[in-house]
Design a protein around this ligand. Structure first.
Ligand code: MN
Length: 760
């Protein structure tokens, strides 16, 4: 179905042009030839042999099967593929759309597809098949939302849901041939499940069409009432639209704004909703048409807005700026409603071409954009813009919900389960009933005595699957969590809550357990406990791991806040350093160490940490973190007394420090500083990630960051000359431990070759 038959531009909804041409139904070969033409016209380079092979396979496999209206079944596959092309999907998706019903409806299976088209296409088809098998029944609102989430969760690759939407769109277009019962149930499902998903993914065009087609079967009378009125008013409306369009075009041409102006009748379901929500008869709804002005730049958008407001009277309260505040689904435009000389209100939407693509194709604009225009270099800032927008959109809650949903369908590192009441709860993959209990409330976790999954009693280490219904049994007499739970819990938040319990409830026991673990760890390395705990070194060693007394450290090890291995590692490094340096100290070092000791003492008395940093012998000093190496707690740090701007904090491995530490003009300016014991601030630092420029790696990085809840301030990527890309990520962390976790996660991504701290 080409753009001219899409029902929103200029014309009100017309019946879909899917009526068979002749008695034998539609000719698939003719349709396929049109599909090839459409792909070529789209300008995106695709392997046409591969696409043809998919068509041949589908045609042979569906041989002898027919659509309700009499056409060979494969016409549906081709029509769905055409819609997928319109949506801007990539080659694998088009191939998979042609094959999408093969596993479900023919003798061929996953392996057959994989053999000829590779695992990526086979995975897509299998994903669509799984969605097709989900039984939809009419349910309550809450269940409905779960259903949407479940479908998203099941489509591990976002393209699966896009293919499913293409499939559904074609089925809705040809729904007139189905029984009344099927029309209703499919329309309801489309309205409740697929249209909202299309909306969430920013597929405006698909959403409108799905809504209008569903409405047609869900409320035929209401639908007809609107289309009848639109048809009757069409001549007047058309005249009105032509006039306004002409006025706007002429005026913008006068002031030399390069633009395209479009107009359309609003889609039927939006008029329908307005009638019912405001209890208006259709004749009471005036703003039936909307104009769209598409320009080249953002300043032009605001420029045009001013001109429109000058030409027509704006309706107060109707101006919305989605450019400065994009909608959660990435939609950007400015909207205003104005009244022309006829007294008829109409809406004007102003946006750039870039925003237009995103508005029409949503997430799919990514592929279309990236592959469609070879002149857009992949290193270009713009081609990463949508990922940045996604990351930025995490800031508000509605958006993070959106991003969350987007994330789960691309990544399988989460699992969706249900409470007995039907609340969907998302947990990391591999989560157990312990994670589930703590995700409800720490009180539930701490008093948990048993769990059932789908009605059957399970052990606490039982791994939950998508769709499980989980019930937790609690008891007031519960002894509380056991230490094993720390290993069984998959989510950081559950572990944190368990640790919290141990920390609070079991201080003495923790100290004893921790001491035991600590000493065993030392002995297991053939070292002597006494070497670590003697008075001459212990304070320095404890300071190294930010504890003020050894019982606190034991307690932390005991409740799991720190591992014995880590404590011993870091203390041992410090021990070695002390022994080495005690032999050959420069005079300066000695002075520094004395100062450091002084600092420790003076802090006890009067010193107050500033931003978590203690400066030798100085109170309330102005602190700033150097931008070259962005230190965070856990880094070895040094301070530099600047000229009148306080003390600037560097990492000891910062090239600037290494270069200038011995410089005569800086003599005396480098002073010892240390991190405070308790740090409540967060710190900003920058990571540099090098990865192969192949598609998808950057998205994986972005998604991984979101999956671990990294607080990203900025993400910039660019190509380097050697076929690699370099991405700089500025983010906020609590300390080195958190940063190392993030580094580890990023290093694990396929295609990432290095993750480093930025130092210049
Ligand atoms: Mn299908």
């Amino acid at each position: 179905m080409s753009d001219d038959t899409v029902i929103y531009e200029k014309l009100p909804a017309a019946a879909p042009a899917s009526v068979p041409a002749s008695k034998g139904g539609l000719d698939p070969d003719v349709m396929y030839a049109d599909l090839e033409k459409k792909i070529e016209a789209g300008g995106v380079k695709m392997d046409m042999n591969r696409i043809r092979a998919a068509y041949e396979m589908a045609k042979a496999a569906h041989e002898g099967q027919f659509r309700k209206e009499g056409s060979p079944y494969v016409t549906h596959c081709v029509a769905a593929a055409e819609i997928a092309v319109d949506m801007g999907l990539d080659e694998d998706s088009i191939v998979a759309t042609l094959l999408h019903d093969i596993i479900e409806d023919t003798d061929l299976g996953y392996e057959d597809i994989q053999k000829q088209f590779g695992p990526s296409v086979a995975d897509l088809v299998e994903g669509v098949t799984k969605l097709t098998r989900v039984q939809y029944t009419n349910m309550e609102d809450l269940q409905m939302e779960n259903m949407r989430k479940m479908l998203l969760a099941m489509s591990k690759d976002i393209r699966v849901i896009l293919i499913k939407i293409a499939d559904r769109t074609h089925n809705m277009r040809t729904m007139e041939y189905q029984t009344e019962e099927k029309q209703r149930s499919k329309s309801l499902e489309t309205m409740e499940v697929y249209a909202p998903i299309a909306h969430r993914l920013g597929l405006q065009r698909a959403k409108w069409e799905l809504e209008d087609l569903s409405l047609k079967y869900l409320d035929p009378t209401g639908y007809k009432e609107i289309t009848d009125v639109l048809d009757a008013r069409m001549p007047t409306l058309q005249k009105f639209m032509d006039k306004i369009q002409g006025e706007i075009e002429a005026r913008l041409a006068e002031v030399n704004v390069h633009c395209s102006v479009f107009c359309r009748i609003k889609h039927i379901y939006s008029i329908y909703r307005k009638m019912y929500s405001q209890n208006l008869p259709i004749n009471g709804i005036f703003d039936l048409c909307a104009f769209r002005v598409i320009v080249d730049t953002i300043p032009d958008c605001y420029n045009v807005l001013g001109i429109i407001h000058d030409m027509y009277k704006p309706v107060p309260g109707r101006f919305k700026d989605y450019i400065s505040t994009p909608k959660p689904n990435m939609y950007q435009s400015v909207h205003t409603t104005v009244i022309g000389s006829e007294g008829i209100p109409f809406e004007v939407q102003i946006r750039t071409w870039d925003m237009h693509r995103t508005a029409e194709y949503g997430v799919a604009a990514h592929w279309k954009y990236k592959m469609g225009d070879v002149s857009v270099k992949t290193g270009d800032e713009e081609s990463y813009a949508w990922i940045r927008r996604l990351l930025e959109s995490q800031q508000d809650s509605e958006a993070s919900d959106f991003f969350h949903n987007l994330k789960i369908d691309m990544f399988s590192d989460e699992v969706f389960v249900f409470s007995p009441k039907g609340d969907a709860i998302n947990l990391p993959a591999g989560a157990t009933p312990i994670d589930f209990a703590y995700s409800i409330h720490s009180g539930v976790g701490n008093s948990m005595v048993g769990a059932t999954v789908n009605g059957r009693i399970v052990t606490f280490d039982h791994v939950l699957q998508n769709g499980d219904v989980v019930e937790i049994r609690t008891s007031k007499n519960s002894p509380g969590p056991s230490r094993d739970w720390l290993h069984m819990a998959k989510s950081g938040s559950a572990r944190a809550k368990i640790k919290q319990w141990f920390k609070k409830e079991r201080r003495e026991e923790n100290v004893a357990t921790g001491k035991d673990m600590f000493e065993r760890e030392i002995r297991s390395r053939g070292l002597h406990v006494e070497d670590f705990t003697n008075e001459s070194v212990l304070p320095a060693l404890l300071k190294k791991i930010s504890y003020s007394n050894i019982d606190d450290m034991y307690a932390a090890i005991g409740y799991g806040g720190m591992t014995a291995t880590r404590a011993v590692n870091r203390m041992y490094d410090e021990l070695v350093r002390i022994q080495k340096t005690s032999d050959r100290k420069t005079a300066l070092d000695k002075v520094n160490e004395a100062a450091e000791r002084r600092v420790q003492q003076s802090q006890k008395a009067t010193g107050k940490p500033v931003h978590g940093v203690l400066v030798a012998g100085l109170d309330n000093v102005l602190i700033k973190f150097s931008r070259c190496c962005t230190p965070i707690p856990g880094d070895d740090i040094i301070g530099y007394i600047t000229h009148g701007q306080g003390v600037s904090i560097h990492r000891k491995d910062c090239p600037n420090y290494l270069r200038r530490s011995k410089a005569p003009e800086d003599a005396g300016r480098w002073i010892p500083v240390s991190w405070a014991e308790e740090i409540s601030d967060t710190y900003t630092t920058t990571l540099l990630v090098t990865f192969s420029s192949q598609a998808g790696t950057l998205m994986e990085i972005a998604t991984a960051l979101n999956a671990i809840n990294a607080k990203v301030h900025a993400l910039h990527a660019q190509d380097t000359s050697d076929g690699k890309s370099l991405c700089s990520i500025t983010l906020e962390v609590k300390d080195l431990e958190e940063l190392q976790k993030i580094e580890k996660k990023l290093s694990g991504i396929h295609g990432v070759s290095s993750v480093e701290r930025r130092t210049k």
